[in-house]
Each structure stands twice: as structure tokens, then as C-alpha cells.
Write a protein that binds this ligand. Structure first.
Ligand SMILES: Cc1cc2nc3c(=O)[nH]c(=O)nc-3n(C[C@H](O)[C@H](O)[C@H](O)COP(=O)(O)OP(=O)(O)OC[C@H]3O[C@@H](n4cnc5c(N)ncnc54)[C@H](O)[C@@H]3O)c2cc1C
Length: 131
């Protein structure tokens, strides 16, 4: 069986996690043809409902949650499925510190300058702390 598939795209994104997913969305909105390659599985609500916690590690985490540095000194817990970390993380959102935002602006990401975008992204009380 010939299982080759040919796609013609403008951009290939490797990994469908928080970074890849957002970039893919933005590029599609801008009219680009985008292919996202994801090494992990694609799971839906029914799958998660069936799993015990140990199954979730096997299916949704890189190396079953046992991804380590060569010497075993560092363990890296990372999602590996469609959605990457966004599928497995706790969804806690912390506003980036001021110096990080300034750094991003200095690299040309002017949308992170204080103003309208901040009010959309973060709470008013967060900005009040900068006054
Ligand atoms: C348990 C847990 C809880 C967390 N809780 C929070 C939280 O509450 N708040 C928060 O802000 N952050 C949280 N994080 C961190 C957050 O999820 C990560 O910082 C974020 O997912 C990193 O995004 P990323 O796009 O760099 O990588 P990921 O989201 O990890 O995505 C990478 C994707 O690329 C795929 N991939 C890798 N190599 C290849 C390859 N060669 N080919 C194809 N696909 C590949 C992987 O399978 C994966 O799906 C949590 C993380 C974990 C593990």
C-alpha cells in the first residue's frame, strides 16, 4: 500500500503545544497554509474519561512522564500529544513580569507594550501595580 501523502504548505510547525498551536493559529489567520506535525497521539474527551492516571502518563506525556537527562539528574515532565503542554497543564496563568515584557518589546514585539493589548491580556489590577 502506498501511504505517502503530499501536502503543499507555506509553513511547517513541529509540535502542536502552547507555542506551535498559537503560531499555527496566527499564521492561518494571516492566510498562510500551515502543516502542524505532532509526534504524540490525538485524544478526545472520551479517551481521558477512560484512563486511569497511569494511562494518562503513558499516552499524554513525553516518554510516559519519565523523560530525564542522560545522567538521570533532571526529570522533565512534558505533555506529548495533540495540544502538547496545553492538554496536560494546570491552566494557571501568571502575568509576565514587567522586565520580561520590556525585553519582548525591545525585540520588536511591540504588541506587548503597555496599552490596549495589556488590558485585553491581563487584569486591570495587574496594571494598577505598575502605576
Ligand atoms: C503537568 C504540567 C503542568 C503545567 N502547568 C502549567 C500551568 O498551570 N501554567 C503554565 O503557564 N504552564 C504550565 N506548564 C508548562 C507549560 O505547559 C509549558 O511551558 C508549555 O506547554 C511549553 O510550550 P511549548 O510549545 O514550548 O511545548 P509543549 O507544549 O510541550 O509542546 C511541544 C509539542 O511538540 C511535540 N514534539 C516534540 N518533538 C517533536 C517532534 N520531533 N516531532 C513532532 N512533534 C514533536 C510534543 O509531543 C509536544 O506535543 C505545565 C507543564 C506540565 C507538564
Amino acid at each position: 500500500m502506498d501511504d505517502k501523502v503530499t501536502f503543499e504548505v507555506d509553513v511547517v510547525i513541529v509540535g502542536s503545544g502552547c507555542g506551535g498551536g498559537v503560531v499555527a493559529h496566527q499564521l492561518v489567520q494571516a492566510g498562510y497554509r500551515v502543516l502542524v506535525l505532532e509526534k504524540g497521539g490525538f485524544y478526545q474527551t472520551d479517551d481521558f474519561a477512560k484512563w486511569k492516571e497511569c494511562d494518562a502518563f503513558t499516552h499524554a506525556f513525553d516518554k510516559g512522564g519519565l523523560c530525564t537527562s542522560n545522567d538521570g539528574g533532571v526529570v522533565i515532565l512534558a505533555g506529548s500529544c495533540v495540544g502538547g503542554g496545553s492538554t496536560v497543564n494546570w491552566s494557571a496563568s501568571f502575568a509576565p513580569p514587567k522586565h520580561v515584557l520590556e525585553d519582548w518589546v525591545s525585540m520588536g514585539l511591540s504588541q506587548f507594550r503597555y496599552g490596549k493589548m495589556h488590558i485585553i491580556l491581563f487584569t486591570t489590577s495587574y496594571f494598577d501595580s505598575y502605576q
